[in-house]
Design a protein around this ligand. Structure first.
Ligand code: ARG
Length: 565
């Protein structure tokens, strides 16, 4: 349920009844329990505008609040803060509705927004590396989240499959004499070997250059080699997607090369819109106030990364009809996207009703704060990293000895991959992120294991209890009331995460919820002898709802739960 906006609406209605003409203002979650559940701090601002005493205004608002049993108590504090308490009977009823609703009372938007999420987008010339991990994981979470909230999501994997290096690669593929599958087992090595040959063998270098021209000219033989190359390389990525439980499929691939035919038109339209300027023989777009150009066409006529992005943006708005486009790409490309967005808007490729957003993220660092590399300084392959996550989780699970042998492999996968994803998603994406095995594979702290463990613990309560539960949800105890309140805030957390494309809002919420539940559970053992039946039933329902919220929240992150851990 949209708790906050419901309260805001009641306040807005009170404005109207009190004859206060003002833009809607929002309550905030109260910082301390003694300040109630929510606070409204708008009276001070209103006082300035209306030339009145803020306490007077707060009093007028409070008198007119009519919240249908939702608000049990109000209080005016200090210069004019309004503290609000949510009624516990009302909360109990809402919680019960959530418990009996498959979507936890979260209605899909009546009018979904057509949203393109551009994510993962690896380069085909190289093995997918850890740098693409963040884009893949953050992007997939956003795609799942937007979909759940009712938006129409179109995933776009903007793979880099074009450019001069492909001439060298297909020439090398051909001279290697083997089929693509066996020679491309290790793409990184293949690239290195090709480059060595290119630099040392002039005959090969000529052939590589010739193949670029042929490839771009549509030569059938070169096209076939190139297609094979892309197939194998993409296959490597898909292996990582499967391991990561990421929802990208082949039909989401819209490669850079697919925009080739549109590039000339892009340049022409920029030219006729008089946005294009020549600089050093190249065709450029300058952004106001900056002298760094966005290069659209090189002096030799070649197109660039930016040209393709302009064609893609146009395709996304004009053909796909997107109203929001989220580019999940690392922060180093911030300048690129600023310029591309600016050029696209000025050229009229993107209307004012379209929201363009660069969902940027920082770097992945090792424990000592350096860019994440292998021991010998090479790039860490994504697939190796994921294998290590699973084997570490496996060792830990075997050590605990709580799983049946047949289950260990499956559980290790869920725990290990979940830990990698969660660790990544639980930090503000704008910051750099420190990759730390010990921290992510811990049962303590803000980790997926902590949440999975709480979930499994709740399932064990139900296995022990084994009976159906019903009756009212009672929120007499303060901790119980806080837990109830937290459960009601789930949708607000999801909406905030979706609005700002911030997955860590979800993890922070889940962590807070789970911590609260664990505390509550420690103080109120549910199944202990002598607890009145109605209290037990109520607590069981809170436990069940907590588990379902954890599961749904983790589901948004593409992380599974376990019944036993
Ligand atoms: N292939 C690019 C890279 O690895 C990312 C592409 C991001 N998407 C885009 N539309 N430019 O750096």
């Amino acid at each position: 349920m949209k708790l906050k906006s419901e309260i805001n609406q009641h306040i807005q209605e009170a404005f109207v009844k009190a004859g206060i003409e003002a833009e809607p203002m929002s309550v905030t979650e109260a910082g301390k329990p003694e300040f109630g559940d929510y606070q409204f701090n708008g009276a001070m601002a209103l006082a300035k505008v209306l030339g009145k005493n803020p306490r007077q205004i707060a009093t007028e608002i409070v008198e007119k609040i009519d919240a249908d049993g939702m608000i049990s108590r109000t209080e005016i504090a200090g210069p004019g803060f309004i503290n609000l308490w949510i009624d516990s009977v009302w909360m109990g009823e809402k919680l019960q509705e959530m418990l009996h609703d498959g979507r936890l009372s979260i209605l899909p938007k009546a009018q979904g927004v057509k949203t393109v999420v551009d994510y993962s987008s690896p380069n085909m010339a190289k093995q997918m590396h850890v740098g693409h991990l963040r884009s893949t994981i953050i992007g997939d979470t956003l795609a799942r989240l937007f979909t759940f909230l009712g938006d129409e999501v179109i995933r776009q994997n903007h793979i880099g499959d074009w450019g001069t290096q492909f001439g060298m690669l297909i020439a090398y593929l051909e001279t290697s004499g083997e089929d693509a599958y066996s020679s491309l087992g290790d793409l990184e090595q293949f690239y290195k070997d090709a480059k060595v040959k290119f630099d040392s063998d002039p005959v090969f270098a000529d052939m590589a250059r010739e193949y670029v021209v042929k490839l771009q000219g549509g030569d059938a033989h070169c096209r076939t080699l190139w297609q094979q190359f892309i197939d194998v390389s993409l296959g490597h990525c898909e292996e990582a997607y499967r391991t990561l439980d990421v929802t990208l499929t082949r039909k989401d691939v819209r490669a850079e090369s697919s925009y080739n035919e549109m590039l000339t038109a892009v340049v022409e339209d920029l030219r006729s819109g008089t946005i294009l300027q020549e600089s050093d023989g190249a065709q450029c777009v300058f952004m106001e106030g900056s002298d760094v150009p966005l290069i659209i066409q090189k002096r030799d006529g070649g197109f660039l990364y930016a040209t393709t992005d302009l064609a893609a943006i146009r395709y996304r708005t004009e053909v796909l009809g997107a109203k929001r486009i989220s580019y999940v790409v690392d922060a180093r490309q911030a300048g690129h996207f600023k310029q591309v967005f600016d050029a696209a808007r000025r050229a009229g490729f993107v209307g004012e009703d379209v929201w363009l957003e660069h969902v940027s993220f920082g770097m992945m660092l090792d424990k000592s704060g350096r860019p994440f590399k292998t021991r010998d300084g090479g790039t860490v392959k994504l697939i190796d990293l994921l294998d290590e996550a699973v084997s570490r989780a496996k060792a830990m699970i075997e050590d605990r000895g709580t799983q049946e042998a047949a289950e260990v492999e499956k559980v290790a996968r869920i725990v290990g991959i979940g830990a990698v994803k969660y660790a990544e998603l639980s930090v503000n994406r704008e910051s750099n992120y420190i990759f730390d095995w010990d921290k992510m594979l811990s049962f303590e702290g803000n980790t997926s294991l902590y949440l999975q463990y709480a979930y499994a613990r709740i399932q064990s309560i139900f296995r022990k209890y084994g009976e159906k539960i019903d009756g009212d949800i009672l929120l007499g105890d303060p901790l119980e009331a806080r837990l109830g309140m937290m459960l009601l805030r789930f949708e607000d957390a999801l909406n905030a995460a979706a609005r700002e494309s911030m997955p860590h809002y979800i993890t922070s919420y889940l962590y807070e919820l789970t911590t609260l539940f664990m505390k509550f559970y420690e103080q109120n053992p549910i199944l202990k002898e002598g607890i009145p039946a109605e209290l037990r039933e109520s607590r069981l329902q809170l436990a069940s709802l907590t588990a379902r919220t954890i599961r749904k929240g983790l589901d948004m992150l593409g992380i599974q739960v376990l019944d036993r851990l």
